[in-house]
Design a protein around this ligand. Structure first.
Ligand SMILES: Cc1cc2nc3c(=O)[nH]c(=O)nc-3n(C[C@H](O)[C@H](O)[C@H](O)COP(=O)(O)OP(=O)(O)OC[C@H]3O[C@@H](n4cnc5c(N)ncnc54)[C@H](O)[C@@H]3O)c2cc1C
Length: 380
Protein backbone atom coordinates (compact mmCIF):
# COMPACT_ATOMS: atom_id res chain seq x y z
CA UNK A 1 0.00 0.00 0.00
CA UNK A 2 1.63 3.19 -1.15
CA UNK A 3 0.61 6.27 0.70
CA UNK A 4 2.68 9.43 0.72
CA UNK A 5 1.87 12.42 2.91
CA UNK A 6 0.68 15.14 0.54
CA UNK A 7 2.73 17.82 2.31
CA UNK A 8 6.05 16.13 1.48
CA UNK A 9 8.40 17.10 -1.36
CA UNK A 10 11.93 16.19 -2.54
CA UNK A 11 13.61 18.76 -0.33
CA UNK A 12 11.81 17.39 2.73
CA UNK A 13 12.82 13.84 1.75
CA UNK A 14 16.47 14.91 1.85
CA UNK A 15 15.92 16.70 5.14
CA UNK A 16 14.34 13.51 6.51
CA UNK A 17 17.39 11.49 5.48
CA UNK A 18 19.64 13.90 7.42
CA UNK A 19 17.35 13.75 10.47
CA UNK A 20 17.24 9.96 10.32
CA UNK A 21 21.02 9.69 10.05
CA UNK A 22 21.45 11.94 13.06
CA UNK A 23 18.90 10.00 15.12
CA UNK A 24 20.49 6.65 14.26
CA UNK A 25 24.06 7.82 14.91
CA UNK A 26 23.70 10.17 17.85
CA UNK A 27 20.49 9.25 19.66
CA UNK A 28 19.50 5.60 19.31
CA UNK A 29 22.86 4.17 20.57
CA UNK A 30 22.72 6.39 23.68
CA UNK A 31 19.03 6.24 24.48
CA UNK A 32 19.15 3.48 27.10
CA UNK A 33 21.92 5.29 28.97
CA UNK A 34 19.94 8.53 28.86
CA UNK A 35 16.87 6.76 30.19
CA UNK A 36 18.97 5.55 33.12
CA UNK A 37 20.37 9.01 33.91
CA UNK A 38 17.01 10.76 33.23
CA UNK A 39 18.41 13.26 30.74
CA UNK A 40 20.26 13.43 27.44
CA UNK A 41 23.89 14.56 27.40
CA UNK A 42 23.93 18.34 27.15
CA UNK A 43 26.21 18.13 24.09
CA UNK A 44 23.37 16.56 22.08
CA UNK A 45 21.72 19.98 21.80
CA UNK A 46 24.82 21.55 20.26
CA UNK A 47 25.23 18.62 17.89
CA UNK A 48 21.60 18.88 16.79
CA UNK A 49 22.10 22.62 16.25
CA UNK A 50 25.20 22.01 14.14
CA UNK A 51 23.38 19.72 11.71
CA UNK A 52 20.37 22.04 11.43
CA UNK A 53 17.76 20.08 13.39
CA UNK A 54 16.84 22.87 15.83
CA UNK A 55 14.52 25.77 15.07
CA UNK A 56 13.93 24.36 11.60
CA UNK A 57 10.95 26.63 10.98
CA UNK A 58 12.54 29.81 12.31
CA UNK A 59 13.60 32.31 9.59
CA UNK A 60 17.29 32.33 8.64
CA UNK A 61 17.61 36.02 9.58
CA UNK A 62 17.21 34.88 13.21
CA UNK A 63 19.63 32.00 12.84
CA UNK A 64 16.99 29.34 12.13
CA UNK A 65 16.93 26.83 9.28
CA UNK A 66 14.36 28.88 7.38
CA UNK A 67 11.92 26.05 6.72
CA UNK A 68 8.29 25.80 7.82
CA UNK A 69 6.11 23.63 10.07
CA UNK A 70 6.66 20.68 7.75
CA UNK A 71 10.34 20.57 8.71
CA UNK A 72 9.42 20.42 12.38
CA UNK A 73 6.92 17.73 11.45
CA UNK A 74 9.61 15.62 9.80
CA UNK A 75 11.79 15.78 12.91
CA UNK A 76 8.87 14.92 15.25
CA UNK A 77 7.82 12.06 12.98
CA UNK A 78 11.31 10.57 12.77
CA UNK A 79 11.74 10.74 16.55
CA UNK A 80 8.41 8.91 16.92
CA UNK A 81 9.35 6.30 14.32
CA UNK A 82 12.55 5.53 16.23
CA UNK A 83 10.78 5.38 19.60
CA UNK A 84 12.72 8.40 20.89
CA UNK A 85 11.18 10.44 23.68
CA UNK A 86 14.37 11.69 25.33
CA UNK A 87 15.04 14.73 23.20
CA UNK A 88 12.80 17.73 23.92
CA UNK A 89 13.11 19.46 20.56
CA UNK A 90 9.34 20.08 20.27
CA UNK A 91 9.21 22.06 23.52
CA UNK A 92 12.34 23.93 22.38
CA UNK A 93 10.60 24.82 19.11
CA UNK A 94 7.43 25.88 20.88
CA UNK A 95 9.39 28.37 22.99
CA UNK A 96 11.20 29.62 19.88
CA UNK A 97 7.79 30.22 18.32
CA UNK A 98 6.67 32.35 21.25
CA UNK A 99 9.77 34.49 20.77
CA UNK A 100 9.22 34.66 17.00
CA UNK A 101 5.52 35.48 17.23
CA UNK A 102 5.45 37.85 20.20
CA UNK A 103 9.03 39.00 20.84
CA UNK A 104 10.52 42.35 19.83
CA UNK A 105 13.21 42.47 17.13
CA UNK A 106 15.79 42.88 19.86
CA UNK A 107 14.50 39.78 21.70
CA UNK A 108 14.43 37.69 18.51
CA UNK A 109 18.03 38.58 17.70
CA UNK A 110 19.07 38.04 21.31
CA UNK A 111 17.62 34.55 21.76
CA UNK A 112 16.72 32.79 18.52
CA UNK A 113 20.23 32.35 17.03
CA UNK A 114 21.43 30.85 20.31
CA UNK A 115 18.42 28.55 20.43
CA UNK A 116 19.05 27.42 16.85
CA UNK A 117 22.69 26.58 17.62
CA UNK A 118 21.80 24.66 20.80
CA UNK A 119 23.66 27.14 23.00
CA UNK A 120 20.36 27.88 24.74
CA UNK A 121 17.90 25.06 25.47
CA UNK A 122 14.30 26.26 25.71
CA UNK A 123 11.63 25.36 28.27
CA UNK A 124 8.12 26.61 29.00
CA UNK A 125 7.16 26.87 32.66
CA UNK A 126 3.40 27.01 33.08
CA UNK A 127 2.47 24.22 35.46
CA UNK A 128 2.73 24.63 39.24
CA UNK A 129 1.99 22.24 42.08
CA UNK A 130 -1.43 23.90 42.45
CA UNK A 131 -2.19 24.82 38.82
CA UNK A 132 -2.09 22.58 35.74
CA UNK A 133 -5.14 22.42 33.50
CA UNK A 134 -6.46 25.57 35.17
CA UNK A 135 -3.69 27.90 34.11
CA UNK A 136 -5.40 31.00 35.44
CA UNK A 137 -4.69 29.69 38.94
CA UNK A 138 -0.90 30.14 38.66
CA UNK A 139 0.61 31.74 41.74
CA UNK A 140 4.08 32.67 40.49
CA UNK A 141 4.36 36.46 40.62
CA UNK A 142 6.42 38.81 38.45
CA UNK A 143 6.46 42.19 40.16
CA UNK A 144 7.85 45.23 38.38
CA UNK A 145 10.63 46.97 40.30
CA UNK A 146 12.24 49.76 38.27
CA UNK A 147 13.93 48.22 35.24
CA UNK A 148 13.39 44.69 36.50
CA UNK A 149 10.79 42.06 37.23
CA UNK A 150 11.16 40.15 40.45
CA UNK A 151 9.91 36.57 40.15
CA UNK A 152 8.76 34.42 43.04
CA UNK A 153 7.15 31.00 42.79
CA UNK A 154 7.70 27.39 41.84
CA UNK A 155 7.00 25.31 38.75
CA UNK A 156 6.78 21.56 38.31
CA UNK A 157 6.82 18.99 35.49
CA UNK A 158 8.93 21.29 33.31
CA UNK A 159 10.29 19.49 30.25
CA UNK A 160 13.93 20.35 29.42
CA UNK A 161 14.03 21.75 32.96
CA UNK A 162 17.52 20.52 33.79
CA UNK A 163 19.23 21.77 30.64
CA UNK A 164 17.13 24.88 30.06
CA UNK A 165 19.09 28.06 29.36
CA UNK A 166 16.01 30.08 28.45
CA UNK A 167 12.70 29.60 30.25
CA UNK A 168 9.41 31.23 29.31
CA UNK A 169 7.87 31.66 32.74
CA UNK A 170 4.11 32.08 32.97
CA UNK A 171 3.52 34.46 35.86
CA UNK A 172 0.96 36.85 37.25
CA UNK A 173 1.95 40.46 36.67
CA UNK A 174 -1.42 41.53 38.10
CA UNK A 175 -2.90 39.12 40.64
CA UNK A 176 -6.28 40.94 40.60
CA UNK A 177 -7.02 40.27 36.96
CA UNK A 178 -7.29 36.50 36.26
CA UNK A 179 -6.30 35.61 32.68
CA UNK A 180 -5.61 39.25 31.82
CA UNK A 181 -3.08 39.45 34.64
CA UNK A 182 -0.89 36.71 33.15
CA UNK A 183 2.37 37.44 31.30
CA UNK A 184 5.28 35.45 29.94
CA UNK A 185 8.61 36.60 31.35
CA UNK A 186 11.77 35.13 29.84
CA UNK A 187 14.52 34.01 32.19
CA UNK A 188 18.05 33.37 30.98
CA UNK A 189 19.11 30.86 33.55
CA UNK A 190 22.94 30.98 33.21
CA UNK A 191 24.31 32.55 36.41
CA UNK A 192 20.86 33.92 37.28
CA UNK A 193 20.55 34.64 40.99
CA UNK A 194 17.32 33.39 42.56
CA UNK A 195 16.82 30.67 39.94
CA UNK A 196 17.17 27.05 40.95
CA UNK A 197 16.48 23.68 39.32
CA UNK A 198 14.98 21.23 41.81
CA UNK A 199 14.59 17.48 41.32
CA UNK A 200 14.65 15.85 37.92
CA UNK A 201 11.46 13.88 38.34
CA UNK A 202 11.27 10.09 38.27
CA UNK A 203 8.62 9.22 35.66
CA UNK A 204 7.12 5.89 34.62
CA UNK A 205 8.03 6.57 30.97
CA UNK A 206 9.89 9.06 28.78
CA UNK A 207 12.71 8.54 31.27
CA UNK A 208 15.43 10.05 29.13
CA UNK A 209 13.71 13.44 29.03
CA UNK A 210 14.59 15.84 31.86
CA UNK A 211 11.33 16.85 33.50
CA UNK A 212 12.13 19.04 36.48
CA UNK A 213 10.98 21.37 39.21
CA UNK A 214 12.03 25.02 38.93
CA UNK A 215 12.20 27.57 41.75
CA UNK A 216 12.22 31.35 41.60
CA UNK A 217 13.21 33.18 44.79
CA UNK A 218 13.49 36.94 44.31
CA UNK A 219 14.75 36.21 40.83
CA UNK A 220 15.43 39.63 39.22
CA UNK A 221 15.37 39.75 35.43
CA UNK A 222 15.48 42.81 33.14
CA UNK A 223 12.07 44.30 32.36
CA UNK A 224 13.10 43.95 28.70
CA UNK A 225 12.53 40.18 29.13
CA UNK A 226 8.75 40.58 29.13
CA UNK A 227 7.38 38.83 26.04
CA UNK A 228 5.20 41.16 24.03
CA UNK A 229 5.02 44.91 24.28
CA UNK A 230 2.71 45.03 27.31
CA UNK A 231 1.84 43.04 30.42
CA UNK A 232 -1.24 40.82 30.57
CA UNK A 233 -0.92 39.15 27.16
CA UNK A 234 0.51 35.82 28.30
CA UNK A 235 -2.74 33.87 28.31
CA UNK A 236 -3.67 34.97 24.79
CA UNK A 237 -0.15 34.25 23.55
CA UNK A 238 -0.36 30.72 24.96
CA UNK A 239 -3.82 30.08 23.49
CA UNK A 240 -2.82 31.31 20.02
CA UNK A 241 0.15 28.97 19.78
CA UNK A 242 -1.62 25.85 21.05
CA UNK A 243 -2.47 24.41 17.60
CA UNK A 244 1.25 24.22 16.80
CA UNK A 245 2.04 22.34 20.01
CA UNK A 246 -0.92 19.98 19.76
CA UNK A 247 -0.37 19.10 16.12
CA UNK A 248 3.28 18.22 16.78
CA UNK A 249 2.40 16.13 19.85
CA UNK A 250 -0.21 14.26 17.82
CA UNK A 251 2.22 13.74 14.95
CA UNK A 252 4.79 12.22 17.30
CA UNK A 253 2.00 9.89 18.42
CA UNK A 254 1.29 8.79 14.85
CA UNK A 255 5.00 8.11 14.32
CA UNK A 256 5.05 5.98 17.49
CA UNK A 257 2.01 3.98 16.35
CA UNK A 258 3.59 3.35 12.95
CA UNK A 259 6.72 2.10 14.69
CA UNK A 260 4.69 -0.12 17.05
CA UNK A 261 2.86 -1.71 14.11
CA UNK A 262 6.11 -2.33 12.24
CA UNK A 263 7.69 -3.97 15.30
CA UNK A 264 4.63 -6.12 15.90
CA UNK A 265 4.35 -7.37 12.34
CA UNK A 266 8.05 -8.31 12.36
CA UNK A 267 7.75 -10.08 15.70
CA UNK A 268 4.57 -12.02 14.95
CA UNK A 269 5.95 -13.09 11.57
CA UNK A 270 8.89 -14.79 13.31
CA UNK A 271 7.40 -15.98 16.60
CA UNK A 272 5.98 -19.49 16.47
CA UNK A 273 3.32 -21.05 18.71
CA UNK A 274 1.26 -24.19 18.19
CA UNK A 275 3.21 -24.95 15.02
CA UNK A 276 2.61 -21.70 13.20
CA UNK A 277 3.71 -18.09 13.14
CA UNK A 278 1.59 -15.80 15.29
CA UNK A 279 0.91 -13.72 12.19
CA UNK A 280 -0.75 -16.70 10.52
CA UNK A 281 -3.41 -16.93 13.25
CA UNK A 282 -6.65 -15.28 12.32
CA UNK A 283 -6.90 -13.39 15.62
CA UNK A 284 -3.48 -11.81 15.03
CA UNK A 285 -4.23 -10.90 11.42
CA UNK A 286 -7.65 -9.43 12.22
CA UNK A 287 -6.44 -7.43 15.18
CA UNK A 288 -3.43 -6.10 13.33
CA UNK A 289 -5.68 -5.29 10.37
CA UNK A 290 -7.72 -3.16 12.78
CA UNK A 291 -4.55 -1.57 14.12
CA UNK A 292 -3.29 -0.78 10.64
CA UNK A 293 -6.63 0.77 9.72
CA UNK A 294 -6.61 3.01 12.78
CA UNK A 295 -3.02 4.05 12.19
CA UNK A 296 -3.87 4.96 8.61
CA UNK A 297 -6.91 7.01 9.68
CA UNK A 298 -4.67 8.83 12.17
CA UNK A 299 -2.07 9.39 9.46
CA UNK A 300 -4.51 10.93 7.01
CA UNK A 301 -6.03 13.19 9.67
CA UNK A 302 -2.66 14.38 10.93
CA UNK A 303 -1.43 14.98 7.38
CA UNK A 304 -4.39 17.28 6.86
CA UNK A 305 -3.45 19.10 10.09
CA UNK A 306 0.22 19.45 9.10
CA UNK A 307 -0.74 20.84 5.69
CA UNK A 308 -3.03 23.37 7.37
CA UNK A 309 -0.42 24.22 10.00
CA UNK A 310 2.21 24.98 7.36
CA UNK A 311 -0.26 27.30 5.62
CA UNK A 312 -1.26 28.99 8.90
CA UNK A 313 -4.80 27.56 8.67
CA UNK A 314 -4.96 25.09 11.58
CA UNK A 315 -7.63 26.13 14.10
CA UNK A 316 -7.63 25.31 17.81
CA UNK A 317 -10.59 22.91 17.72
CA UNK A 318 -9.17 20.80 14.88
CA UNK A 319 -5.75 20.64 16.56
CA UNK A 320 -7.47 19.61 19.78
CA UNK A 321 -9.36 16.84 17.95
CA UNK A 322 -6.05 15.59 16.58
CA UNK A 323 -4.38 15.65 20.01
CA UNK A 324 -7.40 13.96 21.60
CA UNK A 325 -8.03 11.23 19.08
CA UNK A 326 -4.46 10.40 18.15
CA UNK A 327 -3.16 10.16 21.71
CA UNK A 328 -6.13 8.10 22.93
CA UNK A 329 -5.72 5.82 19.88
CA UNK A 330 -1.95 5.68 20.42
CA UNK A 331 -2.43 4.18 23.89
CA UNK A 332 -5.00 1.64 22.67
CA UNK A 333 -3.00 0.59 19.62
CA UNK A 334 0.29 0.19 21.48
CA UNK A 335 -1.44 -1.80 24.23
CA UNK A 336 -2.91 -4.06 21.55
CA UNK A 337 0.51 -4.47 19.89
CA UNK A 338 2.30 -5.25 23.16
CA UNK A 339 -0.06 -8.15 23.78
CA UNK A 340 1.41 -10.03 20.80
CA UNK A 341 4.87 -9.98 22.37
CA UNK A 342 3.68 -12.02 25.35
CA UNK A 343 6.07 -11.77 28.30
CA UNK A 344 8.77 -10.21 26.12
CA UNK A 345 6.54 -7.18 25.66
CA UNK A 346 6.83 -6.54 29.38
CA UNK A 347 10.64 -6.50 29.28
CA UNK A 348 12.31 -3.13 29.03
CA UNK A 349 14.85 -4.41 26.51
CA UNK A 350 12.03 -4.72 23.97
CA UNK A 351 11.23 -1.36 22.30
CA UNK A 352 7.47 -2.05 22.42
CA UNK A 353 7.59 -1.80 26.23
CA UNK A 354 9.12 1.68 25.98
CA UNK A 355 6.50 2.78 23.47
CA UNK A 356 3.87 1.58 25.94
CA UNK A 357 5.11 3.58 28.95
CA UNK A 358 6.09 6.59 26.84
CA UNK A 359 2.61 6.86 25.31
CA UNK A 360 0.62 7.27 28.50
CA UNK A 361 1.51 10.88 29.23
CA UNK A 362 0.47 12.00 25.76
CA UNK A 363 -3.12 12.04 27.05
CA UNK A 364 -2.13 14.29 29.96
CA UNK A 365 0.44 16.90 28.97
CA UNK A 366 -0.14 19.61 26.37
CA UNK A 367 -3.72 19.72 27.69
CA UNK A 368 -5.41 16.60 29.10
CA UNK A 369 -7.91 14.71 26.92
CA UNK A 370 -10.77 16.07 29.00
CA UNK A 371 -9.64 19.63 28.28
CA UNK A 372 -9.45 18.75 24.57
CA UNK A 373 -13.05 17.49 24.75
CA UNK A 374 -14.12 20.77 26.35
CA UNK A 375 -12.54 22.73 23.49
CA UNK A 376 -14.08 20.53 20.81
CA UNK A 377 -17.46 20.57 22.58
CA UNK A 378 -17.56 24.37 22.39
CA UNK A 379 -17.87 24.06 18.61
CA UNK A 380 -20.95 21.80 18.76
C1 LIG B 1 6.08 14.29 31.53
C2 LIG B 1 5.40 15.62 31.66
C3 LIG B 1 5.93 16.73 31.00
C4 LIG B 1 5.33 17.98 31.17
N1 LIG B 1 5.92 19.08 30.59
C5 LIG B 1 5.46 20.32 30.91
C6 LIG B 1 6.15 21.50 30.49
O1 LIG B 1 7.16 21.43 29.78
N2 LIG B 1 5.67 22.70 30.89
C7 LIG B 1 4.56 22.82 31.67
O2 LIG B 1 4.20 23.94 32.00
N3 LIG B 1 3.87 21.73 32.07
C8 LIG B 1 4.30 20.49 31.72
N4 LIG B 1 3.63 19.37 32.15
C9 LIG B 1 2.41 19.53 32.94
C10 LIG B 1 1.15 19.12 32.20
O3 LIG B 1 0.86 20.03 31.18
C11 LIG B 1 0.05 19.01 33.25
O4 LIG B 1 0.33 17.85 34.02
C12 LIG B 1 -1.33 18.92 32.66
O5 LIG B 1 -1.70 20.16 32.07
C13 LIG B 1 -2.39 18.55 33.70
O6 LIG B 1 -2.26 19.36 34.82
P1 LIG B 1 -2.20 18.70 36.28
O7 LIG B 1 -1.16 17.63 36.25
O8 LIG B 1 -2.07 19.77 37.29
O9 LIG B 1 -3.58 17.97 36.44
P2 LIG B 1 -4.97 18.66 36.86
O10 LIG B 1 -5.12 19.97 36.22
O11 LIG B 1 -5.09 18.56 38.33
O12 LIG B 1 -5.99 17.66 36.17
C14 LIG B 1 -6.10 16.30 36.61
C15 LIG B 1 -7.13 15.61 35.76
O13 LIG B 1 -8.39 16.21 35.96
C16 LIG B 1 -9.15 16.15 34.79
N5 LIG B 1 -9.55 17.49 34.36
C17 LIG B 1 -8.82 18.63 34.42
N6 LIG B 1 -9.51 19.65 33.90
C18 LIG B 1 -10.69 19.17 33.51
C19 LIG B 1 -11.85 19.75 32.88
N7 LIG B 1 -11.89 21.04 32.54
N8 LIG B 1 -12.89 18.95 32.63
C20 LIG B 1 -12.87 17.63 32.97
N9 LIG B 1 -11.80 17.04 33.54
C21 LIG B 1 -10.74 17.78 33.80
C22 LIG B 1 -8.29 15.47 33.72
O14 LIG B 1 -8.56 14.09 33.68
C23 LIG B 1 -6.89 15.70 34.26
O15 LIG B 1 -5.97 14.74 33.77
C24 LIG B 1 4.17 18.11 31.96
C25 LIG B 1 3.62 16.98 32.59
C26 LIG B 1 4.24 15.75 32.46
C27 LIG B 1 3.65 14.59 33.20
Amino acid sequence: MDYRSPWLDDELDMFREAARRFIRQEIVPNDDRWREQHHVDRALWNKAGEVGLLCTDIPAEYGGVGGDARHEAVVAEEMGRHGISSFGHVVHSILAHYVLNYGSEEQKHRWLPRMASGELVGAIAMTEPGAGSDLQAVKTRAVRDGDHYVLNGSKTFISNGLHAGLVGVVAKTDATKGAKGISIVMVETGGQAGYRVGRVLDKIGQNGWDTAELFFDDCRVPAANLLGPAEGQGFIQLMRDLPYERALLALGGVGAMEYALQLTVEYTRNRKAFGQALLEMQNTRFRLADVKTRVQVARVFIDDCIGKLSRGELDTATASMAKLWVTETQCQVIDECLQFFGGYGYMREYPISKLYVDARVQRIYGGASEVMREIVARTL
